[in-house]
Design a protein around this ligand. Structure first.
Ligand code: BEZ
Ligand code: FE
Length: 291
């Protein structure tokens, strides 16, 4: 068979499969399935996938499924490490004026976090260097947003979120509301790097391809306010050497913030006694896009 005849056979098969979805009554479902088939076949044909590789791929996806349960979502981790989560966020959050950029949600958000007042402490005993965080929430016209709900969550300095411990603790997370001038402030802990869960098939994929599971140091935010676009994002630490190699591609330059180091003798913004410990501070001014 000539090269052209082989290509014709392959193309005819792609067309037959695409056509098999032509009668889907839902137009969007038709578009999604037909495009997925076209891209999948383009991949198979481009790399000339061997049958052994096809089997390996099936075994990999089967392992991803077996690793997934109510506590562990290995498929989302796969999406994250392939940049698919970040691409979906990018597609769905077009620039709106100077609205703050979004990034990955991650698996460690928990509903019903404790409420704190301004200047409260989200660490609640989590180990780490105290970090003062303050800022404002505004809309794209520059008006302060009062009563915006700010959810914050972060790993401790050992690299674990509270939900990764078996003892049911609630640490390193809380929510608070902006005041009448759109301001907020709280004590957290200075973010430190940690690895995404890498003891499963996604971790094996990273190891086999020479990639690191480490995430750049970050502090998660979710900001919601009536009539405005919900923002799911994090802030990163300027100078962190992992900024360029974050394992889930979550870093955006606009989200990299200065974390200023303060000595133990520096007075704290709210007069809090830190028991002789050094601390850091940062500022994150949020702009919410239109809803
Ligand atoms: C996180 O930042 O918490 C996270 C994001 C994606 C995958 C794993 C963890
Ligand atoms: Fe995280």
């Amino acid at each position: 068979m000539t090269h052209d005849e082989q290509a014709e056979r392959e193309e005819a098969l792609v067309q037959r499969v695409v056509d098999s979805f032509a009668g889907a009554p839902d137009a969007r479902l038709r578009q999604l399935t037909q495009a997925a088939v076209r891209h999948l076949h383009a991949f198979l044909r481009e790399v000339r996938l061997t049958e052994a590789e096809w089997k390996q791929g099936i075994d990999f996806l089967t392992a991803v499924g077996h690793t997934t349960d109510e506590r562990r979502q290995e498929f989302i981790l796969l999406s994250d490490t392939l940049g698919a989560s970040m691409q979906t966020i990018t597609v769905n959050n077009p620039a709106d004026g100077d609205a703050t950029e979004a990034t990955v949600f991650g698996p460690f958000f928990v509903e019903d976090s404790p409420r704190i007042e301004h200047g409260g402490d989200i660490a609640m005993g989590a180990p780490g260097q105290p970090c003062w965080v303050e800022g404002t929430v505004r809309d794209t016209a520059g008006a302060p947003v009062a009563g915006a709900r700010i959810e914050v969550w972060e790993a401790d300095e050992d690299g674990f979120y509270d939900v990764q411990y078996a003892d049911g603790r609630t640490t390193g997370r809380a929510h608070l509301f902006t005041d009448d001038e759109g301001r907020y402030s709280f004590w957290g802990i200075t973010p430190t790097p940690y690895p995404i869960p890498h003891d499963g098939p996604v971790g094996a994929m990273l190891a086999a391809t020479g990639r690191s599971p480490m995430r750049a140091s970050h502090l998660h935010f979710m900001v919601t306010a009536e009539g405005l676009r919900t923002l799911v994002t994090h802030i990163f630490v300027r100078g962190d050497e992992l900024l360029a190699s974050d394992s889930v591609f979550g870093v955006k330059e606009s989200l990299v913030k200065d974390f200023v180091e303060h000595g133990a003798d520096d007075p704290t913004p709210d007069g809090r006694d830190l028991g002789g410990r050094a601390w850091s501070s940062t500022r994150f001014d949020v702009v919410l896009g239109r809803g």
